[in-house]
Design a protein around this ligand. Structure first.
Ligand code: AMP
Length: 405
């Protein structure tokens, strides 16, 4: 168990909280404030317990000076003020005198947000490459570090790993909840354990497949991914998206785990990649000009049968091009099947989380992860550097015993 914000006395302490405020912004207006809303419990707890709260986050990618203008965290400061109902002092710098002076003049319960941590990437990718001086510098601004940014936990950046290497650290409530649900779901899954994988490419999910195929009872594969599996199984996929480099990988998986991998039996195809009405074809009927855009109605029924039996369901990646109205039925069908399952149902962030919300099923699952990449890393069985660096509660007890006896 990792140390959490509750394990610290925060009163009058400068508490740096690394949040995930990487929200969509258009014309300086936040179009979806969910990530900010999710960060509020940890921030509120720090305020209520008398901390001097220093917030930091990345936003988008910073490759040029021009990127800085559209990726400033200023709109986030304004949104935070509304949600917290308190003043949030925004400092438009990631280092320097103005930031340091503002921090030294903070009182208990004050809240400060510094500028986008990735502004440091313009100078040799200091943030994203976990530059040791930068991590040390940011750590020097506070007394305690709380990492609540699950979305970047799979990355080793200066603003998560770098700071934690230098000061006493713990995790926040959002991070704690993600770990409480996702870790046991992978380490000790409830059986039957059903994994649903979709999305565009096999390549992004090779390690997930390799890891979960050992643990899961069944893996249902849809989305663009299924074409490469079906091609490896000898079917003509016409003009559909294929991951040619991974046909052998799919063939091997199918050979080794033929009973566990469940592939579509019909698909909805179109003759152009557009939002126009498609036609349903069995997987052996595709012609050269066909582009598979979604799983078909028989496949939805087949997948629903497996989902119904599952005590634990993990889903990552939409079943079709759900962004097009004509090809959302597969993803919607799976949402419906998951909604009817009373067991543990987990959505692994990213596009599947977006699809679920878009189609109105947000409230019908046990957990929607806030981190696409981070949850995939857990599904791959790899560790998360942003969390690994945080000490365990047990470490502290051991140290305490050593010191006392
Ligand atoms: P990922 O980020 O790998 O989860 O991929 C999500 C993307 O996969 C979405 O934008 C979907 O439109 C896309 N996708 C799903 N099914 C298909 C398909 N049959 N052909 C092409 N793209 C697809």
């Amino acid at each position: 168990m990792k140390k959490t914000i509750k394990d610290f006395n925060l009163k009058n302490k400068k508490v740096i909280i690394r949040c995930d405020f990487n929200v969509p912004i258009k014309d300086f207006k936040i179009t979806d404030n969910n990530r900010i809303v999710m960060s509020i419990p940890t921030i509120k707890y720090a305020i209520d317990n008398g901390a001097k709260v220093i917030l930091m986050s990345h936003l988008g990618k910073i490759k040029t000076e021009a990127d800085k203008k559209k990726n400033t965290l200023k709109p986030v400061a304004l949104e935070l003020e509304k949600l917290l109902n308190t003043k949030v002092k925004f400092i438009p710098f990631t280092r320097g005198k103005e930031l340091e002076d503002a921090i030294s003049s903070m009182n208990s319960k004050d809240v400060l947000l510094m500028e986008n941590t990735r502004f440091e990437d313009l100078d040799g990718k200091k943030e994203s490459n976990n530059d040791s001086e930068l991590g040390k510098y940011w750590a020097s601004l506070g007394d305690i570090f709380i990492n609540d940014a699950f979305g970047t936990a799979h990355r080793s950046h200066a603003s998560n790993v770098g700071i934690a290497e230098n000061i006493d650290s713990g995790i926040g409530f959002l991070m704690e909840k993600e770990l409480e649900i996702l870790k046991p779901a992978i380490d000790k899954p409830k059986k039957p354990f059903i994994v649903i994988l979709g999305g565009a490419k096999v390549n992004d999910k090779i390690k997930v497949i390799e890891n979960l195929v050992e643990i899961a009872d069944y893996i249902l594969i849809g989305g663009g991914m299924c074409h490469t599996f079906l091609k490896a199984d000898g079917y003509n996929m016409g003009n559909s998206l294929i991951d040619n480099d991974n046909i052998d990988f799919c063939a091997n998986i199918l050979e080794k785990y033929s009973k566990k991998i469940i592939l579509p039996i019909d698909l909805v195809v179109n003759n152009e990649f557009k939002d126009t009405k498609g036609i349903v074809k069995s997987i052996n009927e595709l012609e050269e000009s066909d582009i598979s855009m979604d799983i078909g109605p028989k496949t939805i029924k087949l997948f629903a049968k497996y989902i119904k039996e599952g005590k634990e369901i993990i889903w990552n990646g939409p079943m079709g091009v759900f962004e097009f109205k004509n090809f959302e039925a597969g993803t919607k069908g799976i949402c419906e099947a998951i909604k009817n399952n009373p067991g543990l149902t987990i959505i692994g962030g990213g596009d599947s989380a977006f699809a679920l919300k878009k189609l109105g099923y947000e409230k019908d699952v046990t957990h929607i992860s806030t981190g696409g990449g981070a949850s995939l890393a857990l599904f791959e069985g790899t560790t998360l550097p942003g969390i690994d660096i945080i000490p365990d509660k047990a470490d502290d007890i051991t140290n305490f015993k050593k010191k006392t006896f």
